[in-house]
Design a protein around this ligand. Structure first.
Ligand SMILES: Cc1cc2nc3c(=O)[nH]c(=O)nc-3n(C[C@H](O)[C@H](O)[C@H](O)COP(=O)(O)O)c2cc1C
Length: 382
């Protein structure tokens, strides 16, 4: 067992429950919720868990390795940290905690355009190993500058997000008055006062801001004006015309995140993407969406030899990672899970969550008598 593993919190539910007690309600619900009636968020996990795997007990050479290759790089396990906006709001300093842990454990960390750490800091903490997720800016000059900064900082992979053509309809955020960035209502302030560790850490690390976007944000905006600036600066509505200059300018690997259909996969292949992340944004955008494990099943059968296919949304455990890899994904990501870890355990949260998931995942491989991650599909019961 890795030394960072804290045996009081052996499951994601333990971490989530503790995080719920330590994070103010408006911030926890922003992290934890889905959209509309929360159908998609629960379907994602339940349909992953419908997958069953078969062990091969008499073929055991006792040499399991969790190392996994994706996009020409080798990682210690087949999972990484998905891009999450406003991480510092959920837990102060959490993007730094997670970037450092990801680097230490040799798994990928993806920085969101709208999180609370800059591209430069993320690459500094990971010695140039962090990936960067781009929300497409409306202004071409801002787009080109962000791409150039990711390039100079040494990011190996640019992840272009395609599944936010509009804001998700999230009832909890309406009720909590949570806009981007959050409004400080009396109710929110009272919630903060009830979470002293979060409040003290926020004082220590300062009010979270959109660090990567600082050079483009006019000074002296109040929170409302900043929200309006963000709405005006980014557009999630993508098409080939908007993607072409990004492909031309980005020299590293380019990944499209948020793919849920064969048609978008075909387009991604034609437009020269190196990989896709089959994702429905963790069930936060379209409550009527297909679960990602079912989208994956359709896409991998036809396109896995033409583009690298990764998946996120709904995974919460080592068995979930194994089920997804057995279903044909080349790699997996998780979003909420790592923030539950930080919310529960602060600066130990990154190391513990990664160790826990890796321990659980390796146990499944050992139990299946599956020695190599790429052999997991042989254990899928169809
Ligand atoms: C609070 C929150 C904020 C998110 N912000 C972003 C973002 O800024 N960029 C992005 O590409 N995806 C974002 N996502 C989606 C995640 O990258 C990922 O697709 C999703 O969390 C996967 O589902 P899971 O949380 O069930 O693992 C966000 C997800 C959550 C929960």
């Amino acid at each position: 067992m890795a030394k960072e593993f804290i045996s009081d919190y052996p499951s994601m539910d333990d971490l989530r429950n503790k995080a719920m007690r330590r994070i103010p309600k408006f911030a926890f619900e922003y992290l934890d919720g889905g959209c509309n009636e929360d159908v998609s968020i629960s379907r994602n996990t339940s349909e992953i868990r419908d997958i069953q795997l078969q062990p091969r007990y008499l073929r055991n050479n006792g040499t399991t390795s969790t190392k996994t290759k994706v996009l020409g790089m080798e990682y210690d396990a087949p999972f990484g940290i998905a891009p999450v906006g406003l991480q510092g709001l959920m837990w102060p300093n959490s993007p730094e905690i997670l970037a450092k842990s990801a680097f230490k454990h040799n798994i990928p960390f993806i920085l969101s355009t709208v999180t609370t750490m800059s591209i430069e800091r993320s690459c500094e903490l990971t010695e140039g190993n962090a990936w960067f997720q781009l929300y497409n800016p409306v202004d071409d000059a801002i787009r080109d500058d962000i791409i150039e900064r990711a390039n100079v900082a040494g990011c190996p992979v640019l992840v272009l997000l395609c599944d936010v053509p509009t804001f998700g309809y999230r009832p909890r955020d309406f009720r909590n008055g949570l806009a981007l960035p959050p409004k400080m209502t009396v109710a929110n302030i009272l919630q903060i006062l009830g979470k002293p560790t979060w409040a003290l850490n926020t004082l220590k690390y300062g009010q979270p801001t959109f660090e990567t976007l600082k050079p483009y944000t006019p000074e002296g905006l109040d929170l409302k004006q900043l929200g309006a600036f963000m709405d005006k600066t980014f557009s999630g509505k993508l098409n080939e015309e908007k993607i072409k200059p990004i492909r031309d300018k980005w020299k590293g690997k380019l990944v499209l995140k948020g793919v849920a259909s064969e048609q978008d996969t075909q387009d991604a292949i034609r437009m020269g993407f190196d990989g896709i992340i089959v994702s429905n944004h963790g069930g936060r955008q379209l409550d009527a969406a297909q679960s990602t494990i079912n989208s994956l099943a359709e896409i991998v059968t036809k396109y896995s030899n033409q583009i690298e296919i990764m998946m996120d949304s709904g995974l919460r455990s080592g068995p979930d990672i194994a089920r997804t890899m057995a279903s044909g994904a080349k790699f997996t990501f998780m979003g909420r899970s790592f923030l539950y870890g930080c919310g529960a355990l602060g600066k130990k949260g990154g190391d513990h969550t990664i160790s826990m998931l890796k321990t659980q995942f390796k146990q499944v491989m050992d139990q299946l008598c599956c020695e190599r991650v790429e052999d997991l599909p042989k254990h899928l019961i169809k």
